[in-house]
Write a protein that binds this ligand. Structure first.
Ligand SMILES: NC(=O)c1ccc[n+]([C@@H]2O[C@H](COP(=O)([O-])OP(=O)(O)OC[C@H]3O[C@@H](n4cnc5c(N)ncnc54)[C@H](O)[C@@H]3O)[C@@H](O)[C@H]2O)c1
Length: 275
């Protein structure tokens, strides 16, 4: 057999001098995505509507020289347009990674959101679609030329959309009884739309830009015991995810370790969707 020459895993995961944008960068998953990419050498731009949250995240990441923060309300088109211009400037129009992670989530306290079906409001439904589905479209569209420019070099650029098991299945509503948590119709609908837009982006931006989903099950955040007892029963690992469980997928999809992978999903759910 002739010798097969491959890069080492360290070389394939190396993100030195690459720029990555992470929306929802002040939140839990955004933080672990940033930690992962920084560990691999990237410069990151954290995008969030919470200025104080961004500042806290930047301090906690302890690599200030490689962390930029951008306050942006993704529900406002003009804010997203401004963010795109700033991203183009900071990255010198060469963006390597775009992680669409910000979202309205089940614990958000919004009127007409985590409430029974008959009280879920159309206004909130539409706001959820705007943040969870339309803003990733707008950001991808705005950043596509920059991603493509990067991807015309030796490595392709990577879009990672953060989705949920509820893009695939309905929720077991009994789990939420007696808690302040919820799982409104708009959430799963927005994530299902996001997952399909990933395939669309993969098909339209290849070969210079790849697009994949990370599909998450529930993450442990000190949820009420009644919820945990039920959640853990429907889960092959018998527990909720921890942030650390997500690092491998971010490292893989953001880097050349997945350079032949596009239009796909990595599901990190402890086996929830396998049952
Ligand atoms: N936490 C879970 O159990 C879980 C499960 C499945 C999927 N997910 C997905 O993971 C992603 C991250 O969730 P998380 O658990 O880190 O939630 P989180 O609430 O900790 O973080 C979400 C971040 O998004 C930001 N955000 C929300 N609306 C915004 C807007 N209009 N403009 C700018 N920023 C905005 C928030 O300020 C927050 O910092 C989401 O896409 C979520 O759907 C989470």
């Amino acid at each position: 057999m002739t010798e097969i020459k491959t890069k080492t895993l360290a070389q394939l995961h190396d993100l030195t001098n690459r720029w990555a944008v992470i929306t929802g960068g002040a939140g839990h998953v955004g933080f672990v995505a940033a930690q992962t990419l920084l560990e691999l050498g990237a410069n990151v731009i954290l995008v969030d509507r919470s200025e104080s949250g961004l500042e806290k995240a930047k301090q906690a990441l302890k690599t200030a020289e490689r962390v930029h923060t951008l306050v942006c309300d993704l529900s406002q088109r003009s804010d997203v347009d401004k963010a795109v211009l700033q991203i183009i400037e900071w990255t010198d129009n060469h963006l390597a990674v775009l992680i669409n992670n910000a979202a309205f989530v089940g614990t958000d306290k919004l009127e007409g959101w985590a409430v029974p079906f008959d009280q879920q409001s159309i206004v909130t439904f539409e706001q959820c679609l705007t943040v969870n589905l339309t803003s990733p479209f707008q950001l991808c569209q705005g950043c596509a030329p920059s991603l493509t420019k990067f991807g015309q070099g030796d490595s392709s650029a990577s879009i990672i959309n953060v989705s949920s098991i509820y893009a695939h299945i309905g929720p077991r509503m009994e789990m939420y009884e007696g808690t302040a948590m919820g799982n409104p119709a708009a959430y799963g609908a927005s994530k299902a739309g996001l997952e399909l837009s990933t395939k669309w982006l993969a098909s339209n931006l290849a070969p210079h830009v790849r697009a994949n989903n990370i599909v998450l099950g529930g993450i442990f955040r000190g949820q009420p015991e009644s919820f945990l007892n039920q959640y853990n029963k429907h889960n092959l690992m018998g527990r909720m995810a921890e942030e650390e469980d997500l690092k491998g997928a971010f490292a893989l999809l953001a880097s050349d370790a997945s350079k032949y992978m596009t239009g796909q999903s990595i599901v990190i759910d402890g086996g929830w969707l396998a049952l």
